[in-house]
Design a protein around this ligand. Structure first.
Ligand SMILES: [Zn+2]
Length: 174
């Protein structure tokens, strides 16, 4: 299930020329522990949700993950991850092939990670940086997460056995 929360996709795209070095630098500074990510963490925490940060055991190390709901959340920078229709998603004017390859690789990786998570039975939510900065939007996302019923925990060993469909052999000793 794709729960991509993207109600800004209809916003007009503007294509102002921007200085690529400056854009890259600004985006790089925010690559980890960015302000939007902190805003999301704070909101989730304040709502009493329990979550993990960048769990390495999950594909793509989601920024936040909610194990009881099997929900993975990414806080994506609009520039690097290409928020559709967002004004922050502009392409620098020079070295266009370089940027396009870079962006394509990022977007493809995001899709791959999402597919991997979904194959493991996880739901995926993306909050775009520009959305995380809008308090009302952020609260709406948090409310939606709270509304998702936590799943019953199942012992990991049993889950593995069920998935593999293997039954212990009986009545025969070799
Ligand atoms: Zn955006």
């Amino acid at each position: 299930m794709n729960l991509l929360l993207n109600d800004h996709a209809t916003e007009k795209t503007t294509s102002h020329a921007v200085d690529p070095e400056r854009s890259a630098l600004m985006a790089k500074i925010g690559s980890r522990d960015t302000k939007p990510e902190l805003l999301v963490r704070k909101a989730a925490h304040a709502a009493g949700l329990r979550f993990r940060l960048q769990d390495r055991r999950l594909p793509g190390k989601p920024d936040l993950s909610f194990p009881s709901r099997k929900l993975a959340m990414f806080v994506h920078g609009c520039f690097w991850h290409r928020h559709p229709g967002c004004k922050a998603t502009r392409t620098p004017k020079s070295r266009i092939p370089f940027w396009e390859a870079k962006f394509q690789s990022n977007v493809e990786r995001d899709r791959r990670v999402e597919t991997q998570l979904e194959a493991l039975g996880w739901k995926v939510i993306v909050i775009w940086e520009c959305e995380a900065r809008k308090h009302a939007h952020l609260m709406d996302v948090i409310e939606r997460i709270k509304a998702m019923p936590p799943q019953k925990a199942r012992p990991q060993a049993k889950l593995v056995k069920d998935t593999a469909g293997q039954q212990p052999k009986r009545g025969r000793i070799s």
